[in-house]
Design a binder for this molecule. Structure first.
Ligand code: AMP
Length: 139
């Protein structure tokens, strides 16, 4: 497995070098919107410290991410009146990973609605509104 690349896009987001729609952060994790949302409210939780994916993550990094996933996913249920949440996480290219900084996808779901295809840029105003709605539901 390759080593961690400090110039991956999520490392740049953490350093504030490229913009993101923030949902939530604490000392150990950051949550922001996916700009190619496969459902309304699709957001990503990442650790603030470097690791490529689940395979090289420490138990502390995984635990911190899961605590944030739990909080944000519950807020998504409220914010979107969702019926469920899909949680996705990919490891290495063969496992479907494209950005090599550990991340968990939170996808609010509604009964009978399919996820949109991957790779389509979302409407930035709508995404901004969704970030605000999730943040508000977190109190
Ligand atoms: P994967 O590594 O397969 O889990 O996919 C990476 C995810 O990051 C995809 O869902 C992309 O839409 C998303 N993504 C890529 N660049 C950005 C960005 N600058 N801001 C937010 N999300 C991004």
């Amino acid at each position: 497995m390759s080593t961690y690349d400090n110039d991956n896009i999520f490392a740049k987001i953490l350093r504030g070098e490229i913009p993101s729609f923030k949902v939530y952060e604490n000392d150990d994790t950051y949550c922001f919107m996916d700009i190619m949302p496969r459902s309304d409210g699709h957001c990503l939780v990442i650790p603030k410290t470097p690791c490529r994916n689940m395979l090289d993550a420490t138990p502390a990094q995984l635990a911190a991410c899961m605590a944030t996933v739990n909080k944000v996913a519950n807020a998504c249920m409220t914010a979107f009146g969702a019926d469920g949440i899909t949680l996705q996480q990919f490891n290495e290219a063969a496992g479907g990973q494209e950005v090599f900084h550990l991340h968990f996808h939170i996808l609010p779901r509604h009964d009978g609605q399919r996820m949109r295809p991957a790779g389509t840029m979302g409407d930035m105003d709508a995404i901004k509104g969704h970030a605000e709605a999730i943040a508000k539901a977190m109190g």
